[in-house]
Ligand binder design. Structure first.
Ligand code: SF4
Ligand code: SF4
Length: 363
């Protein structure tokens, strides 16, 4: 990635087609923090016309959502540019320590979840998880002939939402897939990449690739779109498929739920992986589906972005809350553990992962 920065920067024509798709610009309305504004800052850093002290802080104003990439007529890889620029000029040792602490010490996260669940039992969107998914999962589910699917669990699902992964393996196994869950898998590494910690990311990637390649899966899936996109984009796997795609391939007959639903598009699922029709098709088949206004507006989370810029994150979440309520549905469905955690009790409707709703519809 490091050698390509000048090549990446050459391509931006400054046309501005990306402005309306950037949640940061949408909130701040300041050109400096638009995608092309940030690219200009990186160019100035590269050329040495501004100092890292001047330009470095601007680099944190990107949640790496991919919205600009999805609409850029020149195929600009903003995520690659920002990640490389952070590696050179914007690393944060405090954030690195926080991410490492979260990934290496599971107990505090479990304690947090458990205590929060005791205090706000009806407000949390997830059950307290006293165990990780990987500590109790099997390595293989189902003997179907539809293909071998490897479930990449991801750290948020493993630690906070084991029931998402349980629902996904049950749905896939019942639809005739063989599901493999390698115990040796670890976090996809994206939190490190987003902080510009390329060396740590590469160590994680090499470890996971060995574990994945040993099982030779036909498809790789995850209940976390950021994990899926990391495996597709940075690990180089072309057989990454969303759960909704795998379910539609199997063409199951599912029951219709007495439930009205609405859908929130996770940024990486729609804007990076191009998956947005499939979940709507499934929800329309199994429930009374109601489209939400601005369904693809970022929930505001963006991983460590919400720590750096809580004002922007919370403002986006407040706006999202209005659209969720106005949908008139009984349940909010999405497919990202980060969105589910961040919207959480703030959502006026109960929040479910698509895997849970599909599990219910299969009966
Ligand atoms: S990133 Fe793409 S869409 Fe945005 S200004 Fe540059 S060329 Fe135009
Ligand atoms: S990746 Fe998202 S937050 Fe970053 S510049 Fe592009 S649209 Fe804006």
């Amino acid at each position: 990635m490091s050698t390509a920065l000048s090549e990446l920067l050459k391509v931006c024509a400054g046309c501005g087609s990306c402005l309306s798709s950037c949640p940061v610009y949408y909130y701040l309305r300041d050109e400096t923090y638009s995608p092309r504004g940030k690219i200009s800052v990186v160019r100035a850093l590269q050329e040495g016309t501004i100092t890292p002290q001047e330009g470095g802080p601007v680099l944190s104003y990107c949640s790496l959502c991919g919205g600009c990439e999805a609409v850029c007529p020149n195929g600009i890889k903003t995520i690659d540019i920002i990640v490389e620029a952070r590696r050179r000029w914007g690393r944060s040792s405090l954030k690195r320590a926080l991410v490492q602490g979260f990934l290496k010490f599971p107990l505090p996260a479990h304690l947090f979840t458990s205590l929060a669940g005791l205090i706000f039992p009806d407000k949390l969107p997830f059950r307290p998880a006293l165990r990780t998914f990987l500590s109790s999962s099997k390595e293989r589910y189902g003997k179907g002939t539809r293909g071998r699917v490897l479930l990449f669990v991801g750290c948020l699902t493993n630690r906070f939402f084991p029931h998402h992964a349980e629902a996904a393996v049950e749905v896939l196994a019942r639809l005739g897939y063989e599901v493999v869950v390698p115990k040796g898998q670890i976090c996809c590494g994206f939190p490190f990449l987003s902080l510009g910690e390329e060396g740590e990311f590469k160590r994680i990637m090499e470890h996971n690739k060995k574990v994945i390649d040993a099982l030779g899966p036909d498809f790789i899936t995850s209940t976390c779109p950021t994990g899926m996109d990391t495996l597709r984009r940075f690990y180089g796997y072309s057989n990454v498929r969303d759960l909704s795609w795998l379910v539609l391939q199997a063409g199951p007959s599912m029951g219709r739920l007495k439930l009205s639903t609405t859908w929130h598009d996770p940024c990486h699922l729609k804007k990076e992986l191009g998956v947005w029709k499939e979940p709507r098709r499934l929800l329309s088949e199994i429930s009374d589906f109601r489209e939400m206004e601005r369904a693809d507006l970022c929930c505001g989370f963006g991983g460590s972005f919400s720590l750096s810029h809580p004002g922007i994150s919370f403002a986006l979440r407040r706006e999202k809350r209005v659209y969720i309520r106005e949908s008139g549905a009984q349940a909010l469905v999405t497919a990202c553990p980060g969105c589910i955690m961040f919207l959480g009790s703030f959502s006026p409707l109960p929040v479910y992962h698509l895997a849970e709703i599909l599990q219910r519809a299969l009966g």
